[in-house]
Write a new protein. Structure first.
Ligand code: ADP
Length: 373
């Protein structure tokens, strides 16, 4: 039995190490997969444990890892009432798009107060007051393009709009639809928009990495198939805007300067919103959010940590916290010890996680915002 337990602990630790390695490469997706597998092992072990205390301890650790997975994926760890609701309401023939209620709200997003206020005014209040809008002969505005460096929370902001409205969230990821086979990408895009058109109640439709489809048609390297796909996206967007009324469109890109101007004209993504790196207060809030729920030693100074992490994106900060939390967690699995996260763990994590956004690329965003790019 002891041999079996050791073997189990080694497997869990190997998965945690693989996850930590992925974080070192800023590969959050791979890290989340490794932590999720480690969590699954722990849940299995909890189910097999005879003693109640052991069951509880193992299940708590499994749950801790699942929290890390959710943090890395920008998802809510708590299933929301709207989740169940959205599943209930999923109509037949609408399986083509991932359709979930996000359970994320603006309270989960650190900083970005101006962005939240813009979204409240342009999207959330109008969507909540559709009847009043139509009484005054007004229509919902166009879609909103969120742009900025990677890992600053663009996807999370879009999910939070859906969460605030407790409405389903449709995510369109070009990498999921782009195909090397003639006509297949167009067919997939048409299928996705057909699903959106069939949606009778409100929903948030989010096109992630829109530059993958929406790069300018005038670029020298723009191929005929990519031009066709962009034309189709433009037509599809025009076809769904304004009907049904509760549909909100958001898109995100890390490279706004690549986009075809036609995408940025009304009623498409006519509003642009810059999502910058977090400032000091936002970093502090994000660190607090990510370290909440895990025991912290008295020597952890979140203010100081926020100062030391200037230049980090939100995603970098999540990686930092997860990396630090895994240090005592790994010890607990191997040696059965139980200690809080200490200053030294965060220090150690800081030597491994570096800012992923370079000063040069930041300057490019600033120039774009000023209209000189
Ligand atoms: P983007 O779409 O800009 O690349 P994401 O929304 O995918 O970034 O964010 C990546 C991760 O970073 C998410 O998992 C989320 O936990 C975290 N994150 C980024 N910015 C914030 C923020 N402002 N508040 C809370 N979490 C954030």
């Amino acid at each position: 039995m002891a041999g079996q337990t050791d073997d189990f602990a080694q497997r869990v630790v190997a998965l945690i190490d693989a996850g930590n390695g992925a974080l070192g490469r800023h590969d959050r997706r791979a890290a989340a997969v490794s932590y999720a597998r480690a969590s699954e092992f722990l849940f299995q072990q909890a189910a097999a444990a005879r003693r109640y205390d052991d069951k509880l301890r193992l299940a708590q650790r499994a749950r801790q890892l699942l929290d890390s997975v959710c943090a890395l994926k920008g998802e809510s760890a708590e299933p929301s009432a709207a989740d169940a609701d959205a599943t209930d309401r999923a109509a037949p023939g609408t399986a083509a798009l991932p359709r979930v209620a996000t359970g994320i709200t603006f309270a989960d997003i650190a900083g970005l107060e101006e962005v939240k206020e813009t979204l409240r005014l342009r999207m959330i209040y109008p969507a909540r007051n559709l009847e009043a809008l139509s009484r005054y002969g007004l229509a919902m505005g166009g879609g909103m393009l969120l742009f900025g460096p990677p890992g600053t929370g663009k996807t999370m902001v879009a999910r939070a709009v859906a969460g605030e409205l407790e409405t389903p969230f449709f995510a369109i990821k070009p990498s999921d639809i782009l195909s090397q086979y003639y006509g297949q990408s167009e067919a997939k895009l048409a299928e996705l928009f057909e699903t959106v058109r069939n949606c009778t109640q409100g929903a948030v439709v989010f096109v992630d990495e829109i530059d993958a489809i929406g790069a300018s048609r005038s670029r020298a390297d723009a191929s005929e198939p990519s031009r066709r796909l962009l034309n189709q996206l433009l037509n599809e967007l025009d076809g769904v805007h304004g009907r049904p009324k509760g549909l909100l469109f958001l898109a995100a890109t890390n490279e706004p300067w690549l986009l075809d101007q036609a995408l940025l004209r009304p009623p498409r993504f006519s509003e642009k919103c810059y999502i910058p790196l977090p400032d000091g207060a936002a970093r502090r809030k994000l660190l607090e959010l990510r370290l909440a729920g895990c025991p912290l030693a008295d020597d952890v100074d979140v203010d100081r940590l926020a100062e030391r992490t200037a230049g980090f994106s939100g995603a970098d900060l999540v990686e930092l916290c997860e990396r630090a939390k895994q240090i005592p967690f790994r010890e607990a699995i191997l040696h059965g010890s139980d200690r809080p996260v200490e200053h030294a763990d965060l220090d150690e994590a800081l030597t491994r996680v570096r800012p992923s956004v370079s000063p040069d690329s930041l300057q490019r965003y600033e120039r774009f915002v000023q209209g000189v790019e």
